[in-house]
Unconditional design. Structure first.
Ligand code: NAD
Length: 249
């Protein structure tokens, strides 16, 4: 994919879940365009694998659902990179595909812990630093499921609706500062996350996309990188669809 040479020159980014899929595609772009990236991912093996794709990556193994772990990852990252200008929260899980009433409370809680609390912990950990730095771009990855609701994925859909709510609230709180907070709502993009889903659910997601195809990680990364750039300066608390036409509002 074509990029914008030097767009992230002098900028440093944290990408949660950046060792795979959409997060890794964003990491690749930011590095290619002159920035430095530290990925926060719970899977150290996946981080090492990501470094074979993007050798310049820094990596911290952390579970974003662990508040203390996130604080310590932030401290280590600030020490390694000297500062953080951009946060992209990509880490998430889907939970099992089943009806809401059959969900175990443990499975529900796990999705909420990672997909909502994890995003909150990471935003909370880096906002004070961005305020001090007088610059910041936060891009939270939600999902079109958070707008429309997907049957057999209610924990995931609920968690992504919460990410939209967090983004809109935090974006408004920070609107008079130089820190913007936005989110993207992709429709289905074929990544490793598909391994967590049933084939019926994957087929359902495809059937809902007017373009009648899955998205590509680079298509989502291109939008995220624009929102994460200096150029996107008069937009905050906003939700951007990247969904092949799938949207309800
Ligand atoms: P992926 O599975 O390829 O990547 C997710 C990464 O997050 C993995 O590297 C995983 O190790 C990491 N991760 C998971 N739980 C973690 C935790 N507790 N702490 C730290 N890291 C953790 O998935 P993806 O498709 O690239 O998804 C990226 C984001 O995009 C997610 O927020 C997902 O919900 C969202 N999204 C994806 C799709 C899709 O169809 N792929 C559609 C809409 C939204």
């Amino acid at each position: 994919m074509p990029g914008f040479a030097g767009r992230f020159s002098g900028r440093s980014a944290v990408i949660t879940g950046g060792a795979s899929g959409i997060g890794l595609a964003v990491a690749q772009r930011i590095v290619d365009e002159g920035g430095r990236v530290c990925v926060w991912d719970r899977d150290p093996g996946q981080i090492e694998q990501a470094k074979t794709v993007v050798p310049a990556l820094h990596g911290v193994a952390v579970d974003v659902a662990d508040a203390a772990g996130v604080e310590s990852a932030a401290a280590r990252t600030l020490e390694a990179l000297g500062g953080v200008d951009i946060l992209v929260t990509s880490a998430a899980i889907t939970g099992p595909n089943m009806t809401t009433w059959n969900y175990s409370t443990e499975d529900w809680q796990k999705v909420i812990d990672i997909n909502i609390n994890g995003v909150f912990y990471c935003n909370k950990a880096l906002v004070p630093h961005m305020l001090e730095r007088n610059y910041g771009r936060i891009v939270n990855i939600a999902s079109i499921a958070g707008k429309e609701g997907n049957p057999n994925a209610s924990a995931y859909s609920t968690s992504k609706a919460a990410v939209i709510g967090l983004t809109k609230s935090l974006g408004k709180e920070l609107a008079k500062t130089k820190v913007t907070v936005n989110c993207v709502t992709p429709a289905a993009v074929r990544t490793a996350i598909f391994k967590q889903m049933s084939q019926e659910h994957i087929d359902f997601m495809l059937s809902k996309i007017p373009m009648a195809r899955f998205g590509e990680v680079d298509e989502v990364a291109a939008l995220i990188c624009w929102i994460a750039s200096e150029e996107c300066s008069f937009t905050t608390a906003a939700v951007f669809d990247v969904s092949g036409g799938r949207a309800t509002y």
